[in-house]
Each structure stands twice: as C-alpha cells, then as structure tokens.
Design a protein around this ligand. Structure first.
Ligand SMILES: C[S@@+](CC[C@H](N)C(=O)[O-])C[C@H]1O[C@@H](n2cnc3c(N)ncnc32)[C@H](O)[C@@H]1O
Length: 207
C-alpha cells in the first residue's frame, strides 16, 4: 500500500477518531495503553524516557498514568507542536544523541519507551533493517540509562533479526515478551518487545 493510501486509511480509522475525541495527540496512545494494561510497565516507576515521542501521545499517557510524580523526557528529530505539559523535549537523532543529554540531571530512568519507526520506503527488507537499527539503538540507550528493575518497550518490524533482538532483550531483563496490540493496523509488520526488570548495567558501560 502506498504511503498516501496508508495515511488516508489511518485518518479514517476508529482509533484515530477515538484519539481525536478523547484529546490524544495520536492513535498510537491505544497501543501503549494495551501494552501497559497487559504488562504493567509503569508500576512503581516515574522517570520515563520516550524515544521517537512526536506528536506526544505516549507522553500524555505516561503523564496520566503516573500522575504528579511523573518525570518525562522525550526525544524526536523535530520539535513537538504541542509538547505535553511538564515534559522535557530533546530534539535530535537517536543515532547520534549524547545519552548524557537525555539524562540531564537524572541519575537514571525507570522506563524507556521507543515507538520509533523509519520513514518507510516500501522496500520491505530495507524498512526492516532500518527498524532493527532503531530498535538496537533504543535498547542500547535503555541499557545505559535504566535503573535496575526498570522496564523497556520497543517497536520492531518483524524481519530476519527479530528473534536475535528479542533474545537480546531477554538477556538483559528478567522477562521478555512480544505483543502486537489490537490497535496496531493489521497491515503493519510492527511488533512491540517488552522487557521487564532490567538486570542492571554492565560494569564496562557508562553513559
Ligand atoms: C510512530 S511515531 C511516534 C508516535 C508517538 N509514540 C506518539 O504516541 O505520539 C515515530 C516517531 O519516531 C521518530 N523517529 C524516527 N527515527 C528517529 C530517529 N532516528 N531519531 C529520533 N526520532 C526518530 C519520528 O520522527 C516519529 O515522530
């Protein structure tokens, strides 16, 4: 399906309409809601890093779910039109951003999220490879910034390295699961990989 057709079907689908009605910046909010309802990723945590955060619906959800204690940091390639109140937004490319800039004054995050997706070319292998690179970088940032016990959610297009990358999450977290939320469009090859209970940073790695 071409990008234009894809966008048009997204605009008219029921999750898009629901998000508009409920005041969310994107339909993607319902994916995070489903993941959280199943895997309780925000339980006990309040410091959140959201990679690829624009337009901001995951930050909205994190703020509502955590409440006043929420400390939210988002990264995207461009500024957000309506940054959720109280969130610190960093503008930059995940591949080159300095992890210390993401942390700022914080010692660590409790939850690292990544809903990053490449600009799709329509060439399946290329899009998968780009998605895998974004996912690997998100996992690396999680490893460098998460507090022990912290949680990770990362979007990953299903492709040849899917198993290797889910195993990489399993090695770093007490539990790893994959999920395709019902609100994720059927046509999409995206999956979400959830890591719960970060085992702690390797001694040879510092931000
Ligand atoms: C599906 S959207 C995220 C939607 C977001 N979760 C929300 O609920 O509003 C994916 C985002 O990833 C961002 N992204 C893709 N590649 C990136 C990169 N290399 N560095 C930073 N952000 C990136 C895109 O700019 C885009 O805004």
């Amino acid at each position: 399906m071409s990008r234009r057709l894809d966008d048009r079907s997204t605009r008219h689908d029921r999750f898009h309409q629901k998000a508009k009605k409920e005041g969310y910046l994107a339909r993607a909010v319902y994916k995070l809601q489903e993941i959280d309802e199943k895997h309780r990723i925000f339980d006990g945590g309040h410091r959140v890093l959201d990679l690829g955060c624009s337009p901001g619906s995951w930050l909205q959800y994190a703020q509502e779910t955590i409440g006043e204690r929420a400390v939210l940091v988002g990264l995207d390639r461009g500024p957000l039109q309506k940054p959720p109140r109280g969130a610190r937004i960093e503008v930059g490319d995940v591949m080159t951003i300095d992890v210390k800039q993401l942390l700022g004054e914080l010692p660590a995050f409790d939850i690292v999220l990544s809903d990053m997706a490449p600009d799709t070319s329509g060439i399946r292998n290329l899009d998968q490879a780009r998605s895998e690179a974004l996912f690997e970088r998100a996992l690396e940032i999680a490893e460098l910034t998460l507090a022990p016990g912290g949680n990770f959610v990362g979007k990953l297009f299903q492709g040849p390295d899917f198993k290797r990358l889910t195993e990489a999450v399993r090695a770093k977290f007490a539990a790893a699961k994959t999920m395709k939320p019902a609100s994720s469009r059927q046509i999409s090859i995206e999956q979400y990989v959830i890591g719960k209970g970060f085992r702690g940073a390797r001694k040879d790695r510092t931000p």
